[in-house]
Write a protein that binds this ligand. Structure first.
Ligand SMILES: C[S@@+](CC[C@H](N)C(=O)[O-])C[C@H]1O[C@@H](n2cnc3c(N)ncnc32)[C@H](O)[C@@H]1O
Length: 307
């Protein structure tokens, strides 16, 4: 979650994880401003290639600028990483040597007030990563019934005040701007000491719902693993526990043989493990990185290798 003006989150760690080599083929499924992509392209020079995907046309414009020096070796597409297999087919790439997914919103998106991601600015309740999203945050807060809203804020925001907040939203709507939504939340869920702002979790929940983020991660992981050469690596950076749990569970599941039935001594292996986890625990940013970029604080990197 971060690009300009800082280095992207866990930059060195991503390059180290993917070990890009000359002539290799790589995918950045969340190319953003192109920070990780640039590092990969440097490391696989002179002839390694990279496919960069993003749903956000503004992000792609930035990536195109950042990556201009490598123009001959990049392919950029405005597309969701959930279409990874189809994108590779378009390029006639069979398998690739490394894939990175740096999930969530970018600094550019957070810091562009009119995108509506930040509760610190007043803006329309939008929160779409790209035009492909079927609904805005305003559509959700103004059309979901109270119970659906409460469930969404509880499930995706893990906010225990979800019922109170949902009731207040329904009483005050229609709501059109981030400031209106923040005021509604603050009225029922006041700031407690210097803990996180009470709107943080509702904003996270709406963003996840608007962009169907959790379902997208579940869709891309099997495609990513299926697209890797043996020895190729998938590196995923997540920023909250809901994302990380999906990645962790998938990696654990796919790195075990599936035996049937599992309790007999003479068992059949129904499905062989297809990846191994490179580290058992996720990699987190150094103290120095979080000092320079507080947004990196919650980042977790998991790496899997195709076997
Ligand atoms: C944290 S930023 C990536 C920053 C990037 N690693 C860099 O070095 O600049 C995440 C990016 O993923 C994009 N994104 C979110 N969901 C996506 C999806 N389903 N498919 C493709 N890109 C997506 C966002 O638009 C955003 O630009």
């Amino acid at each position: 979650m971060n690009d300009t003006p800082h280095q992207p989150v866990l930059y060195k760690e991503i390059i180290h994880a993917l070990q890009p080599r000359r002539g290799g083929r790589y995918v950045d499924g969340t190319v953003g401003a192109g920070g990780h992509a640039r590092g990969i392209l440097e490391a696989c020079a002179p002839d390694g290639q990279l496919l960069g995907l993003d749903v956000d046309p503004q992000a792609l414009a930035l990536a195109r600028e950042t990556l201009a020096p490598y123009e001959q070796r990049i392919h950029l597409a405005q597309a969701s990483y959930t279409t990874l297999s189809a994108q590779l087919k378009n390029l006639q790439w069979d398998l690739v040597d490394g894939i990175v997914l740096d999930l969530g919103a970018s600094s550019m998106q957070f810091d562009t007030p009119e995108r509506g991601f930040s509760f610190q600015n007043d803006a329309p309740l939008d929160m779409r990563f790209g035009p492909h999203a079927l609904q805005t945050a305003a559509d959700i807060v103004n059309t979901f019934d109270e119970r659906e809203l409460a469930d969404l804020i509880y499930e995706y925001g893990e906010d225990r005040d979800s019922r109170k907040i949902a009731r207040a939203i329904v009483n005050k709507r229609p709501l059109h701007t981030t400031r209106e939504l923040v005021a509604v939340i603050e009225a029922v869920s006041p700031r407690k000491g210097d803990r996180v702002h009470p709107a943080t979790k509702t904003f996270q929940a709406l963003r996840i719902a608007v962009n169907d983020e959790l379902a997208s991660i579940k869709t891309v992981l099997p495609q990513a693993v299926a697209s890797l050469n043996v020895g190729g690596r998938l590196a995923v950076i997540s920023f909250h526990s809901l994302e990380d749990r999906i990645v962790k569970d998938f990696f654990r599941d796919q790195s075990k043989d599936l035996v049937n039935p599992p309790y007999e001594q003479l068992y059949e292996v129904e499905r062989q493990a297809i990846i191994k986890e490179v580290h058992r625990k996720p990699i987190t940013p150094s103290e120095e990185e979080t000092k320079n970029n507080p947004r990196a604080r919650s980042a977790k990197l998991r790496i899997a290798e195709k076997i």
